[in-house]
Ligand binder design. Structure first.
Ligand SMILES: [Zn+2]
Length: 249
């Protein structure tokens, strides 16, 4: 019962996240004004705004002008619902659940925003770090060890930025990694970082091979890989430092 409620809450938050993603930094207020079709400007009725279901029923087209609706809407809504359910299963204690949901919603925002705009809003990063820090305080794990994990994981990325003056790696990626280090701790965080580089390499090579005009100089956002790696480590408990020794000894 509570799991279903968590999923519904996640889907609703996801549709709020979509509005935020489309309106952030465009001068349009998130709170003011009803949602409109991006194409024809028709005000959307509540029935057009049911997370995931509306998109499915309308077959991805606006009810009024038949133009295609971005697949980002149902994807973000479904991912948010999945995140909420996974977090609830992981730790149903209310305060922990809402705080960790907040952190992962911010991370999902950063992931999609970086994909769309190749930049990470500093405000979102600040919220992610604050949220991760608050989780540590709540779990009484706000120790020098946790802070060291954040610094140690951010350091290699910041070094890459410093050496390349921000061209190989954006400064924001290192700051984001500090927050992920707080969230994951050193061991799981290191695995997440390694996976981020692997996934990034596979995607980067694929983009080079595809005849889409990508070159070595193309700007590929890295934050999505960092967050994807963190999600694999956090939810699927992928931790090389813990599991690899166990395989050999
Ligand atoms: Zn329309």
């Amino acid at each position: 019962m509570f799991i279903i409620a968590a999923g519904v809450l996640g889907a609703i938050l996801g549709s709020f996240l979509n509005a935020l993603l489309f309106r952030y930094n465009t001068g349009r207020s998130v709170a003011a004004g009803r949602s409109r079709c991006m194409s024809c400007g028709h005000t959307l009725a509540p029935l057009d705004l049911v997370p995931v279901l509306s998109y499915a029923v309308l077959l991805g087209k606006c009810r009024y002008c038949q133009s295609h609706i971005s697949v980002q809407y149902p994807l973000v809504e479904a991912l948010s619902a999945l995140l909420a359910v996974a977090l609830y299963v992981r730790n149903p204690e209310p305060l922990h659940f809402f705080l960790s949901l907040f952190v992962w919603m911010v991370l999902l925002f950063v992931l999609v925003y970086d994909l769309r705009h190749k930049i990470i809003p500093w405000s979102a990063m600040g919220l992610a770090i604050l949220g991760a820090g608050a989780l540590l305080v709540l779990d009484r794990e706000f120790t020098s060890e946790a802070l060291t994990a954040g610094v140690a994981l951010a350091a290699p990325l910041l070094l890459l930025s410093a050496v390349s003056r921000g061209t190989w790696m954006g400064w924001a990626d290192g700051v984001l990694e500090f927050g992920l280090g707080l969230l994951l701790g050193l061991s799981a965080g290191a695995s997440a970082l390694v996976m981020a580089f692997w996934i990034g390499a596979v995607v980067g090579i694929t983009l080079l091979i595809l005849p889409r005009g990508y070159t070595m100089k193309s700007e590929v956002p890295f934050a999505p890989f960092l967050i994807l790696g963190a999600a694999l480590s956090y939810f699927l408990h992928v931790d090389f430092l813990q599991t690899l020794p166990a395989l050999f000894f």
